[in-house]
Design a protein around this ligand. Structure first.
Ligand SMILES: N[C@@H](CCC(=O)N[C@@H](CS)C(=O)NCC(=O)O)C(=O)O
Length: 216
């Protein structure tokens, strides 16, 4: 089989998710840095979002779909468990993070620092202060889950964890986000353990997201 091509900026949390899947499974892949909506991306994703993937003539978009393909098409540890309840819990936590928490933690909190809409380009303090209680509340939901199991879907790492960790990485880069994560004992311990995994270390994004990533 030919090398998997992942297309998208390495700063994107969703791009990092699929890279971490490759790393955890030992899949050989090439990362091609590309902006959302560029022709190469728009040819595969109907709404121009990153990541997109190419493999052996097969093109695919949407991070969860790409993760599922990689998990099923390649050998290596199963990242979406075969056991029905664990598989369903994996889906549940991906969905909760992508449909609710990504909006609060990435699109509002992180973007208030990285892509502020303030006149002078300084961090959007009003938005940060407004959104932090919700960020903390949502992190508490994850902390309570992690009080019960080592990983989100049970006792082994799954796509659910790989989908969350890139967001936690960015939260740790900013003061309120770091304080919120580190103030929750189960979540903080989970993050410390996960951050030592080669899949995490080998996919750490370059320091600053390109301006073109702004549209979302
Ligand atoms: N549901 C998509 C979301 C991907 C996504 O929102 N990617 C962002 C970068 S992190 C993007 O392409 N934003 C540009 C846009 O939405 O126009 C997935 O899971 O792959």
């Amino acid at each position: 089989m030919s090398t998997v091509e992942i297309v998208g900026f390495p700063q994107s949390t969703y791009v990092r998710v699929v890279r971490m899947v490759c790393e955890e499974k030992g899949i050989e892949y090439e990362l091609k840095s590309a902006a959302p909506h560029c022709p190469e991306v728009a040819a595969i994703h109907p709404f121009g979002k990153i990541p997109v993937m190419r493999h052996d003539g097969f093109e695919l978009c949407e991070s969860k779909a790409i993760a599922t393909y990689l998990d099923l098409a390649f050998p290596g540890p199963r990242l979406i468990p075969a056991e029905p309840r664990k598989a369903a819990l994996t889906e549940q936590w991906v969905s909760l993070v992508n449909s609710v928490m990504d909006g609060t933690m990435v699109r509002q909190y992180l973007f208030a620092y990285v892509f502020p809409k303030t006149a002078d380009g300084s961090p959007d303090r009003a938005l940060i202060d407004k959104v932090m209680p919700t960020v903390t509340e949502q992190l508490g939901v994850i902390d309570r889950r992690l009080a019960k199991s080592e990983f989100l879907a049970g006792d082994a790492i799954t796509v659910a964890d790989l989908n969350l960790l890139p967001i936690l990485y960015y939260l740790q880069r900013f003061p309120e986000g770091a304080a919120a994560v580190n103030g929750l004992p189960h979540l903080a311990a989970y993050y410390r353990r996960a951050a030592t995994r080669p899949s995490f270390e080998r996919t750490i994004p370059p320091p600053s997201p390109p301006r073109q990533a702004r549209a979302s």
